[in-house]
Each structure stands twice: as C-alpha cells, then as structure tokens.
Design a protein. Structure first.
Length: 213
C-alpha cells in the first residue's frame, strides 16, 4: 500500500482552512500533519515533519521571493501556493522561485486534491486560465510546464532589484560588472515573464523601483 502524501499547511483564512482540512480528511492517501502554521514557524515545522507538500497562502506571503527562501531551506518538500485568481506572471514567477504548483482558490476541491498528488510527485501544475487558456479556474486539464528556475546569483540580483537599486549599485554591492548585472536582469525578466522593472515591482508588491542604468 502506498505511503500517504504528508502535508503541512500554512495559515489561511478560516473558511479556506476549514475547507482544506475537510478535503484532505476525505482522501485516505493524504495526511495533514500540521495546519494553520504562521510563516515565522514554518521552517521549523518543515524540519520537524519533512512533509511531501507544504500549502502556502499567497495573500500572506511577505513577497514572492519568500518561496525561493523556503525552497532553498526545504528542497525536498514540494510547495503548493493557493492564490486569488493568479495571473500568468504571478504563477510563472512562483514556479521560477521553486514552487511546484500555483492554484487558484476558486479551483474545485477535487482538483486541489489532484494538484497535491501531482505536486508530491514533482509535477509542476497551475490553472489553465493562468496560462491564458479559456474556461473557469479549474483543473479540467493540467498544464505541466518545466519552469526555468532562478540561479542563486539571479536571486541575489532580484532581491536588490526589488530594493530599487540601479544596475550600477547592484554591480557595486555584488562586486560584479554592470553588464553582468544587465545579463542577469534580462534572464530574470525572461524567466518571470515580465519586460520592465515596473512589471517586476508589481509582482514584488509595494516598494521603490530604481531607474535602469
């Protein structure tokens, strides 16, 4: 008999949390080992339980780069992010940061469960609507992209871009050439599906945007 998929859930809104617990309880092949965990405690809980899957609430994340931090801390745990109608850019960014799945909270319950099973096997999934397809936000068919993950240096550059630094400031901070920063920035834009720093700032949330130089 196969081992159940073990799941840790971060804190969600009360109704969402109740719904997730009910869905998981109905599937004998999924076991919820910890739920309603605050982000400040999440890494410790992952170290304790080493679950197959961790569920994150996109609305409570300090920024999308938090996913990268969590992926680096627990690379063997598959990250499933639930968001309110995620856009293609948001979903692509989360997968580039190391998430295994990005799912709309409007997705039907059975499809959320299916996504957990697929994610536990390392299959990358997101709503068809986030990829520009027609129809409601559900998993009638799963898209299985192979995300181009950010390198560690690209993640360093991205963090400084989010702080509003110019290319010259980033080059000085990281002790690399300005043209190297431009190359990393182009790769970041491509991987995250954006074209400008302003688009990047929208994904990162409120904050300053440095002038490109």
């Amino acid at each position: 008999m196969p081992q159940p998929v073990t799941v840790v859930s971060a804190r969600f809104e009360d109704l969402t949390s109740i719904g997730l617990r009910k869905l998981i309880a109905e599937d004998p092949n999924i076991r919820l080992v910890a739920s309603d965990i605050d982000l400040e405690r999440l890494e410790d809980v992952l170290d304790e339980h080493r679950p197959s899957v961790v569920l994150l609430n996109y609305g409570t994340l300090p920024n999308s780069a938090y996913v990268y931090q969590l992926h680096q801390h627990s690379p063997d745990t598959h990250i499933v992010v639930l968001a309110n109608a995620p856009t293609a850019s948001e979903a692509n960014q989360l997968l580039s940061f190391g998430a295994t799945a990005c799912i709309s909270k409007e997705t039907q319950g059975r499809d959320i469960i299916n996504a957990m099973h697929l994610a536990s096997r390392g299959m990358h999934v997101m709503p068809r609507t986030a990829r520009g397809g027609p129809g409601p936000s559900r998993f009638e068919r799963f898209e299985l992209p192979q995300p181009d993950l950010l390198t560690r240096r690209e993640a360093d550059v991205l963090e400084l871009l989010h702080r509003g630094m110019t290319n010259a400031q980033i080059a000085h901070e990281l002790s690399i050439g300005t043209e190297t920063v431009r190359t990393h920035a182009r790769n970041i834009y491509r991987k995250l599906g954006v074209s400008t720093r302003r688009d990047l700032a929208r994904l990162a949330g409120p904050g300053a945007v440095g002038a490109e130089s």
